[in-house]
Every structure is written in structure tokens, then in C-alpha cells.
Design a protein around this ligand. Structure first.
Ligand code: PBG
Length: 342
């Protein structure tokens, strides 16, 4: 092919090819936009807590609340009115109920199970995703069980399978194991199938990094003091690694995951992109608590335009290759979308 450089400039020396032409008018920008964000992409995490008439703001997450069960119905109605397809439930239980083995996780009437029932009663069509991990229930704040001073993989997996069944019996649609134990997706799939729950989906946190961005979440579910200075590095991934993320994802897909989560979101867009190219499998990004709080604080200080910054960050997930996004901004952005066609 002839080298294009000869044609790049008109006789008068100005560029022939001007990429700005497509950007000049709004209609044209719409026509050439390569990625789209829709309310259908959103999953909203909701924090629930004990007591009644409780709607308490999480201090490290301005604008995000914990709801007691009696106030949950209103929140579910609101989320449903915005057409957000699914929620993810996270409990903050009483400290007295936390034990080394996290046995409250297996109580069929625990906070999460009651919340599932309420959600399904208010709107059976709203997808309900529940976390399978023990950190809200253990007095040490780890996702797994401790044996011989280690987070014991196989003991934990056994417990997670039971936790999954308890949640499914309460009516959740999707089990989301966020614990990073080895082999848990396969074990949970087998357990679900053995119990006849062949259509319950598994959305696995396949590549979950040991991240400081979870700080505000640990405050939200009340595990921050329990965990104290201990780290989750013996089971969550090293932020230095990406080939390992692909191994994790491959394993979870082979073990029967229906969708996979990459978490945190924005600092790991490279992983999302690699995973999409390698597997072309449903990928969900989790824009985690710390990402939310960083952005929200800058908005509150007037440093970012709220709507623009949120759209930009969510669009970056779509561009990287995500199908869905778990985000604390879901209601805000859904509301903006109702008000205008983008
Ligand atoms: C617990 C869990 C965490 C998050 C979701 N599930 C925290 C952790 O692993 O310590 C983080 C979510 C967020 O930061 O928004 N297994």
C-alpha cells in the first residue's frame, strides 16, 4: 500500500484527516461512540444491620447507609423503581454473634436470609446476590476459618458450601463467593446441584486482590476492628500479579462459575481487559468501597463534577470489557439515565 503520509496534508499544508470532525457535534459523537452504559449493567450493594428504624450513614462512605430490615422494603422499592436489575447484600451483625467459626453464617434466619426474603417479597424480579465468605461472622474478621494459625482452605470450603445452601434456601438468585479459597466454586456447584439447585448461578470473585481499597467496606460491615492489623494476603491476590489472575479466572470458569468478578475495579482495568480477551466470558467489575469514597470525597469538595466523573469511571469499565458493574453509585447513575438519553 502506498504510504499515506503523502496524502495527509492538503496542498495548503492543513491536515486532510481530522478526527475532530466526528467529535464536533453531539449527534455525531453519539453515532461514533464505541461503548454504552445502561442501567442494565448495574448491581447495587446494600448494607443491612440489626435493630429497627436504623438508617445510619457509614462514616467512611458518605451517602451510603446501613438499613435495618424494617427499612429495607422502602430501599428495595426505590431500587426497583430505577430498574436496577440486581442488588448485592452485605450484613453487619452484632459483635456478640461473631465467633471463631462464624456459625451465624449458617443461621437460616440471619440478617442476610431475612433480607433476601424481604427483597423477594417486595420485588421477586429483582436479582439478589449474596456474598459467600465468613468475614461478617467471624470474631477475627477473616473470610475463612483459622486452624493451626492459618486460614484453613478445606475447612473453610466445607463451611462456605453450607453457607451457600442456607442463602439459597432463603431465596437468593446468585451465590457470590468472595473468599478466595481454592476449589470453592467447584465445591459450591456440586453442593448446589446435589441439593437440586441446578439453576442457582455462581458469580465468583475470581480475581480478588488484597487491596487497601476495601477499608471503608470493612468499616461498613463492622469487621475492621475484628481484623485489626491482620492482612488477607494469604488468600487474596498480590496486586503485582496478572498472569495469576488469569489462572484464577480459568479455574473458576472450569469449576462452573457463570460470571466472574474482578475486584477492585479501576486500578485493575488491565486485568479486566486481559480476561475479556482471553475468555470472552461474562465479567463483572466491582467498583469497591474505597473507589467510591475517593470519588465521593472529591465530589463533595467540589473538585469533580459528580455526574461527569461517575459516568467516566463506569464507562472505563465498559471500555475495558466488562458486562456488569457492582457500584455504590448505581442509584445515582440510574436516576441520571432516566432523566436523559445519553
Ligand atoms: C468480604 C468482602 C469484601 C468486599 C466484598 N466482600 C472485603 C474484603 O475482602 O475484605 C469488599 C467490597 C468493597 O470494598 O466495596 N469477603
Amino acid at each position: 500500500m502506498k504510504h499515506l503520509s503523502n496524502n495527509q496534508f492538503s496542498a495548503n499544508g492543513f491536515p486532510r484527516i481530522r478526527l475532530r470532525r466526528n467529535r464536533l457535534s453531539e449527534f455525531s459523537r453519539k453515532l461514533v461512540s464505541e461503548n454504552h452504559l445502561s442501567v442494565n449493567d448495574l448491581i447495587y450493594p446494600i448494607f443491612i444491620t440489626y435493630g429497627s428504624k436504623v438508617k445510619e450513614e457509614i462514616s467512611s462512605m458518605p451517602g451510603i447507609y446501613r438499613y435495618s430490615l424494617d427499612l429495607l422494603q422502602k430501599e428495595i422499592e426505590y431500587i426497583s423503581s430505577l430498574n436496577i436489575p440486581a442488588i448485592a447484600l452485605f450484613p453487619k451483625i452484632q459483635n456478640e454473634l461473631k465467633t471463631p467459626f462464624g456459625k451465624e453464617a449458617l443461621n437460616g434466619n440471619n440478617l442476610v436470609c431475612e433480607a433476601i426474603r424481604i427483597s423477594k417479597k417486595v420485588n421477586p424480579k429483582l436479582g439478589v446476590i449474596t456474598d459467600v465468605a465468613l468475614d461478617p461472622y467471624t470474631d477475627h474478621g477473616h473470610d475463612g476459618l483459622i486452624h493451626n494459625d492459618q486460614i484453613d482452605n478445606d475447612l473453610t470450603v466445607d463451611m462456605l458450601c453450607k453457607q451457600a445452601i442456607v442463602q439459597v434456601e432463603a431465596g437468593c438468585d446468585i451465590i457470590a463467593p468472595s473468599d478466595m479459597m481454592d476449589g470453592r466454586v467447584g465445591a459450591i456447584r456440586n453442593t448446589l446441584d446435589d441439593h437440586g439447585y441446578i439453576n442457582v448461578q455462581i458469580m465468583s470473585y475470581a480475581a480478588k486482590y488484597a487491596s487497601s481499597f476495601y477499608g471503608p467496606f470493612r468499616d461498613a460491615v463492622g469487621s475492621v476492628l475484628n481484623l485489626s492489623k491482620k492482612s488477607k494476603k494469604s488468600y487474596q491476590m498480590d496486586p503485582a500479579n496478572s498472569a495469576e489472575a488469569l489462572r484464577e479466572i480459568r479455574l473458576d470458569i472450569n469449576e462452573g462459575a457463570d460470571m466472574i468478578i474482578i475486584k477492585p475495579g479501576m486500578p485493575y482495568l488491565d486485568i479486566i481487559n486481559k480476561a475479556k480477551e482471553e475468555f470472552n466470558f461474562p465479567i463483572i467489575a466491582y467498583q469497591v468501597s474505597g473507589e467510591y469514597s475517593m470519588i465521593k470525597c472529591a465530589i463533595q469538595n467540589g473538585w469533580f463534577n459528580e455526574e461527569n466523573i461517575i459516568f467516566e469511571t463506569l464507562m472505563s469499565f465498559k471500555r475495558a470489557g466488562c458486562d456488569g458493574i457492582i457500584t455504590y453509585f448505581a442509584p445515582y447513575i440510574a436516576k441520571q439515565m432516566i432523566n436523559k438519553v445519553l
